[in-house]
Design a protein around this ligand. Sequence first.
Ligand SMILES: Cc1ncc(COP(=O)(O)O)c(C=O)c1O
Length: 389
Amino acid sequence: MGHRIPLSRPYFDARELEAVRRVLESGWVVQGPEVEAFEAEIARLHQVRHCIAVSSGTAALHLSYLAAEIAPGDALFIPSFAWPSAANMAKMVGAHPVFVDVLPDTYNIDPDDLERHIETCLNEGKHKPRAVVPVHEFGLAADMDKVLSVASRYSLEVIEDAACALGASCDGKPVGTFGKSGIFSFHPRKSITTGEGGAIVTNDADMADRCRAWRNHGQRLAGGQRDFILPGLNYRMTEIQAAIGRVQLTKFAGILQKRRSLVREYFERLQQCPGLRLPTDTAQHTWQTMMVVLADSVDRTAIIQHLAGEGIEVGPGSVAGHLGAHFQPQLPLTVSEKLHRRGLALPLHAGLNVEQIDAAVESLCRHLDRCKESSISRQDLSQASPRTS
Ligand SMILES: Cc1ncc(COP(=O)(O)O)c(C=O)c1O
């Protein structure tokens, strides 16, 4: 709020306002024809048979686990460096989240570490390895070839957390379509938004049926008959959200193109910036977040404050979920912890322009230079200080 250059901003115009007006005037605001049309559009985009729209990405994860009958005693393998919804929802269904480390430049699940954790889990014998939940972090597809091969070797289900990655693909196949099911989020930090919102995609008709029942108080409607088949929730998306989402979908290709071109501008300028490491850049990346990694000598909090003082909003990229208090105790996961401490997300949204990127990079590089100087002078001071022996 109040930044000249915000980290993120939804990309709305008069068309969303008009869509909301149309829904309000219709008098029908709970799940109805707009939600059905939104689901059909998301399913078409992914070439899948079923899409179930819900109230958030977290709700989509919860329903995916419930519908896949993930149960107490099951272990779910989840990358640590990601928003902790996938691990939180594992606990909500009584399952055991096993945190796996990520790779330093893609920020995605490390398939070798995944295999190590599955082996440890099997050796300990306390939980049954049941599913892997790869996260396509910040819009970059995880290495699905390797993840699927590990999953099939150990007969694990694959439930993809593609919350940040609508439109991303791996070898030409859209994320969310590799395993039993995949989920998306339409939170305002994502490339398209419905305010809050989420969706599940799947080709499994039983899974889709159970998700629909879990979403809507456990009801199944068939042949005009209503039956309560399970102890369901209310995770429905509203018509207002779906109508906004449908307009956002019409802009989606343009939004992706804009985000990719802005990231090109960042890459060109940041090559010269001292003291930071850039992420993996591929043509399929959808860039929900542009996160760089600061050198250990840089004080991240000071950088965030300095830039905020100039009206530029930057912030920590994401979190190492395994550090969360309710997951303790945990063994260290070096890469995730480093990204948790050193990650810095830069402003990125479809309304951003090149002049704003110039300003953000100029300010960042200037403050990084200052940090370098002050860390060198601190070193000089400590070297100059008298020894005590
Ligand atoms: C990787 C990941 N999974 C799940 C979620 C949860 O989505 P939502 O905020 O829509 O509940 C997020 C949200 O930031 C996310 O980044």
